[in-house]
Design a protein around this ligand. Structure first.
Ligand SMILES: *[C@@H]1O[C@H](CO)[C@@H](O)[C@H](O)[C@H]1NC(C)=O
Ligand SMILES: *[C@@H]1O[C@H](CO)[C@@H](O)[C@H](O)[C@H]1NC(C)=O
Ligand SMILES: *[C@@H]1O[C@H](CO)[C@@H](O)[C@H](O)[C@H]1NC(C)=O
Ligand SMILES: *[C@@H]1O[C@H](CO)[C@@H](O)[C@H](O)[C@H]1NC(C)=O
Length: 363
């Protein structure tokens, strides 16, 4: 009796009882194929995934509700669908709790026919603290468990735009990169801690972005482990004052020790930006130092705003670097931020954003 009960239990928790929701049984198989170039998409839910450029997508990180239709579709395109992994580090300091958390995630992934996990742990971690070591151990064991339980699966880890303890996230970057399949560098929100003048600046200025990759590579992290994350959103700042030179001063909003932050602004989707830019005060401007587009507009109350964003021109400059450096690929936060409506201008703009991800090869 006991053995029957435990057998049923094993069947349920291991997910082997789940039935394949796809039209063809084979679409429930995990993706085995290695993509030479990754296009890593964060999907935050809804149905816009249907309009992604599936000729490019290789991995979708499901940050929204699980969608079986998306899983079947991604697999039909040879793309992986991976779980989101986030856990308070205080819950996994203990090795047994860590193992239990990983077991729960791998069981969930299997029951949903998924292909791995994206660890998105953006918590404050002090160098050489118990959390610091627990995080590295978590990455190592997650990768070992997923690879063993789901052959061909992918374990990725998200890091800030620079390895310099951004937002007080000090990790053992090199060890983490060694222990997982790829590291997604979130090359955005680069003004989360402003130490200089409290002014509106680019979300991801080119030089600052690329200099941080040089630092990651100098730590000995392999090129083929690094995926460059680009923003499909910008920041809208209310200016306290817009100087003659076009400098927009912003309110002091502190963040994790810095006196000023992009938290003074509001994140806005590329789709919204494209609807505003042509009718703005300035139209699209280009900053020759940060190599990013921006514009100024006046709202209904007469307040001037400055909007900084990325578009195909600024993204292509970043993509060119990853081509030269042979990085593993590119990705974006997030796939839903484009306008996928049937409007012809919007369709063209969205297609250009997808195309800008691919480094143009110069032979
Ligand atoms: C505010 O903007 C005006 C007009 O451009 C400029 O003359 C002035 O110097 C600015 N003030 C500050 C404090 O930056
Ligand atoms: C805005 O202007 C650009 C450049 O003139 C044009 O290509 C684009 O179609 C316009 N966008 C909209 C939404 O009208
Ligand atoms: C950006 O970096 C390049 C190469 O390191 C350098 O030549 C250039 O002056 C930098 N530009 C700015 C605006 O800092
Ligand atoms: C765009 O048009 C196609 C065919 O005309 C239709 O099937 C689709 O639902 C439309 N998409 C949107 C977002 O309106």
């Amino acid at each position: 009796m006991w053995s029957v009960v435990s057998l049923v239990f094993v069947l349920i928790v291991s997910g082997s009882a789940a039935t394949c929701p796809c039209e063809k049984e084979e679409l429930c198989q995990p993706v085995q194929h290695e993509h030479e170039f990754e296009v890593f998409v964060f999907d935050v839910g809804g149905n816009t995934w249907k309009y992604y450029d599936w000729s490019h997508v290789t991995t979708v990180a499901a940050f929204g509700k699980y969608n079986a239709e998306l899983m079947c579709y991604a697999h039909s395109k040879g793309a992986r669908l991976v779980l989101k992994g986030d856990v308070p580090l205080s819950n996994v300091l203990d090795a047994a709790k860590r193992t239990a958390w990983i077991r729960e995630k791998v069981t969930l992934a299997k029951s949903q026919f998924m292909d791995g996990i994206n660890l998105d742990i953006e918590q404050v971690v002090e160098k050489s603290s118990p959390e610091y070591y627990a995080l590295t151990a978590l990455v190592k064991e997650t990768t070992e468990t997923f690879h063993r339980e789901i052959p061909g699966s992918q374990v990725s880890f998200d890091v800030a735009w620079s390895p310099r303890c951004i937002d007080k996230r000090c990790y053992d970057y090199k060890a983490i990169a060694d222990f997982c399949d790829l590291v997604f560098v979130m090359s955005y929100d680069e003004q989360s801690q402003i130490w200089g003048d409290c002014i509106a600046m680019a979300n991801a200025p080119l030089n600052q972005t690329l200099a941080a990759y040089v630092e990651y590579l100098k730590m000995g992290i392999e090129n083929k482990k690094l995926v460059m994350g680009v923003p499909w959103y910008g920041y809208d700042y209310q200016c306290l004052n817009l100087s003659q030179e076009g400098i927009c001063s912003i309110p002091k909003v502190s963040f994790r020790g810095a006196p000023c932050s992009d938290a003074a602004g509001k994140q806005i989707p590329y789709s919204t930006i494209m609807k505003q830019v042509n009718s703005s005060m300035s139209g699209r401007l280009w900053d020759e130092i940060q190599l990013a587009p921006y514009f100024n507009y006046k709202d209904g109350t007469g307040t001037i705003h400055q909007v900084w964003y990325d578009d195909p021109e600024s993204i292509s400059l970043k993509a060119a670097y990853l081509g030269q450096q042979n990085l593993r690929g590119i990705g974006m936060w997030n796939g839903k931020l484009l306008d996928y409506s049937n409007d012809t201008v919007a369709q063209k703009q969205s297609a250009q954003m997808w195309n800008a991800l691919l480094p143009k090869r110069t032979f």
